[in-house]
Design a binder for this molecule. Structure first.
Ligand code: GDP
Length: 413
């Protein structure tokens, strides 16, 4: 292929008739529709805050989900994938729940398993990307496209845990804060709460996802929606009767909260923003911003740098060579230290064996001495006994002689 010179002339030509490539967008759409889409949502919030109910309400169906316990020992992530279809468009939706988040006595590291999960999905994608035989077209993307961060409606603003977690998440995922169970606070309190939350996010420099305003078709809508953040939502899958209509809502002794009524809560706004207007932007931001950042850091950690003709930086080939040499050096170093370890181990074992042999020898000598002493002692005893026996025999003979003489005297008389 010839290199294009910068000064090469480009001419615009008018076509005299239809040649067909104006169908390119349609071709692309058809291809994408046939392939289907995927969208992965992460729900972060304490147990019972209304995460499952909201997901069911958003998608208008019940995703079977076991009721979470308040007594999880640590934060665990649980993901469920569902295949949905709306007209001809297929969507593979994965919902990831954070079980036990905010339920521990010490919540200091609650965000850690969430960050690990986000990184693990990036890592999986990066591994696929770096394979020689990669199949990114059919790759099941598990990277999280949107994180709904559930804020409790009680209190005056955010808890420390909320601020810390959102700050940690901001560079890894598109964070969309929502005030959960917004029906439990009055309209006025809710307004103040929303304002306080935004002020606090701003003063702590927490970056949440902003609906994009570059595309003029949605610029106006998105910028007005950005001013409504965080959305105050109410979830319900119950049908309640309002007039002669059945609507999704929550029935209270004093009236009904209709979840899809924009005067009652922001559920419709959230659904519009998340699923109708900005789904593709969320997917794009995940790939171009969050994943790109992860990839860059990871490759830099591995020693890769971009080739810059003006600087002395390495090319890919040079980096590879440098890494290969470093790897062999490390391997040699490891081999040497293992050999040294082996020699030391042999020396240690040898010394231990010698020590044992010496101990055995000493013990043998000691036993020999004891045996010798005992033998001497016994011989001494035997000698004494023999002497006593001889003395006894002598006394016995003398006594017998005396007795013989006495008997002889008696018989002569
Ligand atoms: P999760 O543990 O965060 O998934 O919470 P669930 O969705 O299971 O909801 C826990 C409880 O809160 C259930 O009894 C729900 O009916 C109730 N709930 C869910 N959403 C709302 C809401 O918007 N408002 C009120 N008042 N209650 C809600």
């Amino acid at each position: 292929m010839m290199a294009t010179s910068e000064n090469e002339e480009k001419r615009s030509l008018e076509l005299s008739g239809d040649v067909g490539f104006n169908s390119l967008p349609c071709q692309l759409v058809n291809k994408l529709v046939a392939r289907g889409f995927c969208f992965n949502v992460l729900c972060v919030g304490q147990t019972g805050i209304g995460k499952s109910t909201l997901m069911n309400t958003l998608f208008g169906r019940t995703f079977e989900m076991e009721e979470a316990s308040h007594y999880e020992e640590e934060v665990k992530l649980h993901s469920q994938t569902h295949e949905l279809q709306e007209n001809t468009v297929k969507l593979k939706l994965t919902v990831v729940h954070t079980l036990g988040f905010g339920d521990q006595v010490n919540n200091e590291h609650s965000y850690k398993p969430i960050l690990d999960h986000l990184d693990a999905q990036f890592e999986k994608y990066l591994e696929e990307e770096l394979k020689i035989h990669r199949s990114l077209c059919s790759y099941e993307d598990t990277r999280i496209h949107a994180c709904l961060y559930f804020i409790a409606p009680t209190g005056h603003s955010l808890r420390a845990l909320d601020l810390i977690t959102m700050k940690k998440l901001e560079s890894k995922v598109n964070v969309i804060p929502v005030v959960a169970k917004a029906d439990v606070v009055s309209k006025n309190d809710l307004k103040i709460l929303k304002k306080n939350i935004m002020n606090e996010l701003l003063s702590y420099g927490v970056q949440i996802y902003q609906f994009p305003t570059e595309d003029e078709d949605v610029a106006e809508l998105n910028s007005s929606m950005n001013t409504c953040l965080p959305f105050a939502v109410v979830g319900s899958t119950e049908d309640v009767k309002v007039g002669n209509r059945m609507v999704k809502g929550r029935l209270y002794p004093w009236g009904t909260v209709q979840v899809e009524n924009e005067d009652h809560c922001d559920l419709v706004k959230l659904r519009e923003m998340l699923l109708r207007v900005n789904t593709e932007d969320l997917r794009e931001q995940t790939h171009c911003r969050h994943y790109e950042l992860y990839r860059r850091r990871k490759l830099e950690e591995m020693g890769f740098k971009d080739t810059d003709p003006d600087s002395q930086s390495f090319s890919l080939q040079e980096t590879y060579e440098a890494k290969r040499k470093e790897f062999f050096r490390e391997l040699q170093h490891k081999e040497e230290s293992m050999r040294q370890m082996f020699v030391n181990k042999v020396k240690e074992t040898e010394a231990e064996l010698k020590e044992k042999e010496k101990e055995l020898h000493d013990r043998f000598e000691q036993l020999k001495r004891v045996h010798h002493e005992e033998k001497k002692h016994l011989e001494e005893k035997r000698r004494k006994l023999e002497e006593e026996m001889n003395a006894f025999n002598r006394r016995k003979v003398a006594a017998e002689t005396l007795l013989g003489h006495a008997l002889q005297g008696c018989s002569q008389q």
